[in-house]
Design a protein around this ligand. Sequence first.
Ligand code: MIC
Ligand code: SF4
Length: 644
Amino acid sequence: MGMTIAEKILSKHIVDGEMIKGQEIGIKIDQTLTQDATGTMAYLEFEAMGVPRVKTERSVAYIDHNTLQSGFENADDHRFIGSVAKKHGIYFSRPGNGICHQVHLERFGIPGKTLIGSDSHTPTAGGLGMFACGAGGLDVAVAMGGGAYYITMPQMVRVNLTGRLSPWVAAKDVILEVLRILTVKGGVGKVIEYGGEGVATLSVPERSTITNMGAELGATTSIFPSDEVTRAFLKAQGRESDWSPLAADPDAQYDQVIEIDLSSLRPMAACPHSPDAVKTVKEIGQIKVDQVCIGSCTNSSLYDLMKVAYILRGKRVHPDVSLAIAPGSRQVFQMLAENGCLADLIASGARILECACGPCIGMGQSPNSGGVSLRTFNRNFEGRSGTADAGVYLVSPEVAAVSALSGVLTDPCDALGDMPAFPLPERFLINDNMIVPPAPEAEMDEVEILRGPNIKEFPIAEAVGNNLVAPVILKVGDNITTDHIMPAGAKILPYRSNIPYLSRFCFAVCDETFAERAQAAGRGVVIGGSNYGQGSSREHAALVPLYLGIRVVLAKSFARIHRSNLINAGILPLTFVNEADYDAVSQGDELAFPDARDCVEQGKPLTVINRTTGKKIPVSCELSGRSKDILLAGGLLNYTRQQG
Ligand code: MIC
Ligand code: SF4
């Protein structure tokens, strides 16, 4: 039987289990990446494992999230990551060199290889034909140490692309259409593979916009074939030797097929506050816009920004709009400077930001109260922009740029005439002088690790026991994101290596008293709805609750990365057998979990007793053999240590 692209890569990397859908498999990881906001923790964990040199083919540490340096904390973290990288065999992409996913695509990604990154948008590299997954920091640390990465063998979805995009309709509109069809839960447990004759019409940056935002589907990853377009991109990056062809077999079997005729798509937007609240720009109408932000790992390539420059050329940003633009990498930035596009952007009145995540993670550029912000980013969760009541719409660079000029949400197909071609350069400008290679192995002992005072110990879990009784500290609804659990933004992000300080902000978006109440109770339970923990890969959304004494999360269902992070942190993820029992638990109820350890160990169903109401609630804890062992050991770190 023929294989899909993902199956071909997995079959070459599987080291544990069998490729049977729904079963857990362990895969060998060729490359890893980290960014600073999750990296400090990942490297502390890597150090705790005691492995002297990374065992991957390539590991890269990027600094891109937290580059404001509003205090010593970030600079210290950057220095710490730089020194760990140097010592342990990791390439270090310095602050200012660009957003991890964009730079990885340009300089390191290789078709057919596996990559995990401590960032949920790691599937961006799927645009090059990599099997790339977002993961918790601890999983990345284990992979750097040569350990396998575990996933559930996913179902295969094929998105069949036909036709060609109309002028001013963008790759962003393709992924918005997929989100409209599948929703933020629709990709869970699935790989989204793109195929069909439409693929050849999309450049690598366009493909990567699509795979990037596949994260918002909850998918394990998204992937494109590696073809002549991929080859040309790698060649232009001076890396043609990294290319190899990769395509699904004609008789590959898919669990689901989605047909998209590219020529039928219109410019779209995801409305507040969810990436799947998608409508066409026409349907939404000409709402007044206060702010426009262009950038992020979704839409900050040279291709995107050349289009933006073309639209803004010789025009002026609307007086009521603030337009901010952050190029995705220094390569993009410098090429825009050299080809004159940067001058067009500046002349129009755009505010040019450093090439980093910036406003996407709430690091500056929060909109005004109640403001409407159009962003080319991938997430519009409530509060993520830093302004609680702002309405963020996710759009393509084309929609963003025309709307910045008109001051209202505008369909570029109406506003602009013919679209010129925007070919990719035959040769990108290659300058890797902001990527520091690691010290040679012989010199690694001389490298001193530079630790600042902001770096605090991380919490270590206790093994799951048999006599747990704990109160429900918080009950939340469906689709709770890790931005709710552990918010980011300019005030909090500097403390990603300081769990005790971070803990004050845990769940603050939902309930400002959570941290205090959890700490006072000493141990507790969180009740969640469906798709609990969607969004970011930040393991802080597990480590901080652990620090505050949360021992169990009982939900209708979980998002993939967050569930692994809970298990890695030693927190028991339980699901209701009958979803209706969600209503049988209230905040403040006292729950007992008799024989929890035995049930985990023997894979038996568990009955939770609501001591406040007397109700017995059947719950399930479907765990693979390895996850079981991790929970019984008290988290992945303890487990890895025990395994030697
Ligand atoms: C995000 O987009 O939410 C982040 C910030 O990049 C996160 C990682 C983090 O929280 O540090 C992600 O997507 O994993
Ligand atoms: Fe950075 Fe935003 Fe991309 Fe996350 S989604 S990696 S914060 S640019």
